[in-house]
Unconditional design. Structure first.
Lengths: 110, 113
């Protein structure tokens, strides 16, 4: 069963706009991670946020974590066509074993 | 570093045949993971190793699946006999134990006809 569930399942935006996607999970976690997957490729690690952190930035990415609500959000600012991909959240609940959500498909239109 | 290397990239086989997928993790990474990705079930963890030792194989669907890691630089996932429902993309990933995320390979797209 999937620990994390992303919302929305799909998102279509214009280049330059911001994209926000959310992840909810069920059990307590050590950390939560976000990955990107381009079509036909492997997943690429974007950012990791630990359970005692509330917000983290990396370039145009901003991740928040609310452990009381068991939720996280990923914001991509000033989106580019190259950001078109599927984005997955993954939770580490026990010993470095990640459980992935179903993903959000993001389409950035030029 | 060349990253996590998987072979083959594509495999088409007939039902009942044995299939072996291969993975070379990043040098120095202590953990290795095998995932399967399908449209219906998403990404599923099949098995993972720490320091070449299998830690959790609860995701291996059936006895037809087996995985080995004879040394720190090589792992195999074997399906015998293969069935059409095994068709999926199989990913290998590695990480430092309790490290900063996984590095995934490019995957093996398996089609069983």
């Amino acid at each position: 069963s999937q620990q994390g569930e992303e919302d929305p399942q799909a998102l279509s935006i214009q280049e330059g706009e911001n994209a926000t996607m959310n992840c909810s999970y069920k059990t307590s976690i050590n950390n939560l991670q976000w990955y990107r997957q381009n079509s036909g490729r492997g997943l690429v690690h974007l950012i990791l946020i630990r359970s005692n952190e509330r917000e983290k930035h990396s370039g145009r990415l901003r991740v928040t974590l609310d452990t009381s609500k068991k939720s996280s959000s990923l914001l991509i600012t000033a989106s580019r066509a190259a950001d078109t991909a599927s984005y997955f959240c993954a939770t580490d609940s026990a010993g470095n074993k990640l459980t992935f959500g179903g993903g959000t498909r993001v389409l950035v239109k030029p | 570093d060349a990253g996590v290397i998987q072979s083959p990239r594509h495999e088409v086989t007939e039902m009942g045949q044995e299939v072996t997928l291969r993975c070379k993790p990043i040098s120095g990474h202590n953990s290795l993971f095998w995932y399967r990705q399908t449209m219906m079930r998403g990404l599923e963890l099949l098995i993972y190793f720490n320091n070449n030792v299998p830690i959790d194989d609860s995701g291996m669907p059936e006895d037809r699946f087996s995985a080995k890691m004879p040394n720190a630089s090589f792992s195999t996932l074997k399906i015998q006999p293969s069935e059409p429902r095994d068709s999926a993309v199989y990913f290998c990933a590695s990480s430092l134990f309790q490290g900063e995320g996984y590095t995934f390979g490019s995957g093996t797209r398996l089609t069983v006809v």
